[in-house]
Design a protein around this ligand. Structure first.
Ligand code: EPU
Length: 346
């Protein structure tokens, strides 16, 4: 154990990351610490700089594939705290520290009458990771309500505020996955929520599961929890990272050709001239739904969810590769992996 000169900050060596990732993959961090306060985070970054260590921040670990031991310092972000600031008679800004649990915050918002994220109930992970992949489900994306994020820049140690526009959000992407990858650690997130109940039940499976005529945000929350628990495995009992692939976006030419050959292919218009295809449909049609390859497999109720029975990151990626090749061969579509892969295969 190393004392890094900041109260409560303990830097440990050779720590198994299995409890810190929802695929329950066992790889080791060369150095590891948990930070609960900004001062501890700053001290951890200073320690890394002094010792020339690469920094890998992790939150809830629900969107990671750990393939090999991680050199440098893994920082588990557990910054806590929530505050609110009214901005108009029907809007309120809520500031969440990055280490708050996403679903607990959805519940907290609902119980305080702050509406807008109930469609995103039961998404695993921490608040600070939500903007990175612009989490989305059942017709709502984080970028619909995100006001700003506070970050610490790894190079300079400076704290900055980025607006929603700065974050360059897209479908399951943002600045933090693109040009600013690995440049910042998100320390807090501000969401602008509504104090007047307003619901969005446009997503077909959500609409179908609500049977009252004037649903409340609480009804939406309960319906989303029901749908998700029915078809998505709980990572605590069957390790997974939710959707393993993004839904691919294809040209209208390819969409035309594929729907002539497969009249039941679901297609959703995306931007002006392109179409989004459910990766789950492609994977299911290639025969992978419910499959098992020794220690890893595809979930029986949702073909987009890769599950880990007791395998390694390499086994997870090997199944993902097998699926991608088959989909490419059959449909001429390249699937893109959604979670972040850390560590290099030798
Ligand atoms: N489908 C299949 N087979 C399956 C599952 C789905 O063919 O096993 C087809 C059906 O046509 C279905 C369509 O896919 O109508 C859409 O399915 P679903 O509503 O389950 O959504 P999805 O596209 O598979 C996306 C998100 C999920 C999110 C749901 C609901 C991505 C990568 N995934 O999944 O997000 O919960 O929509 O909005 O966009 C996550 O990111 O971890 C996640 C679970």
């Amino acid at each position: 154990m190393i004392n890094a000169g900041c109260k409560g900050l303990r830097i440990q060596q050779s720590i198994d990351l299995k409890p810190y990732n929802s695929l329950a993959i066992s790889v080791y961090a060369e150095y590891f610490c948990v930070v609960e306060q900004i001062d501890q985070l700053k001290a951890a970054l200073a320690f890394a700089q002094d010792n020339n260590l690469e920094v890998t921040p992790i939150g809830g670990g629900s969107n990671l594939v750990l393939v090999a031991d991680i050199s440098g310092l893994v920082v588990h972000i557990k910054l806590r705290g929530v505050s609110s600031e009214p901005v108009s008679p029907d809007q309120v800004d809520i500031y969440f520290a990055a280490g708050e649990n996403w679903h607990e915050m959805v519940r907290l918002c609902l119980s305080n009458g702050w509406y807008g994220i109930e469609n995103l109930a039961l998404i695993p992970g921490y608040m600070g990771a939500a903007p990175i992949q612009n989490i989305g489900a059942y017709g709502v994306e984080l970028c619909d309500v995100l006001q700003s994020v506070e970050v610490i820049e790894l190079n300079s140690g400076q704290i900055k505020t980025l607006s929603a526009a700065d974050c360059q959000f897209g479908y399951r992407t943002s600045l933090f996955k693109q040009s600013a990858k690995d440049q910042y650690i998100i320390t807090s997130v501000c969401l602008r929520l509504c104090t007047v109940p307003r619901v969005n039940i446009e997503y077909p499976s959500l609409k179908a599961s609500i049977n009252c005529s004037v649903p409340t945000p609480e009804d939406v929350f309960r319906a989303v929890c029901r749908i998700r628990s029915d078809k998505l495995p709980d990572p605590d009992t069957l390790p997974n990272v939710g959707s393993f692939f993004k839904n691919p976006v294809i040209s209208s030419e390819l969409a035309d050709r594929l729907s002539r050959e497969n009249p039941d292919l679901p297609l959703y218009r995306y931007q002006e001239t392109r179409y989004k295809v459910p990766a789950a449909w492609l994977i299911e049609r290639c025969g992978f739904k419910g499959c098992r390859r020794e220690n890893v497999g595809i979930h029986i109720n949702q073909a987009l969810v890769l599950v880990n029975y007791s395998g390694s990151g390499a086994e997870v990626l090997a199944l993902a590769d097998e699926i991608s090749s088959e989909v490419r061969q059959k449909y001429a579509i390249d699937l893109e992996i959604e979670p972040r892969v850390y560590g290099k295969l030798c």
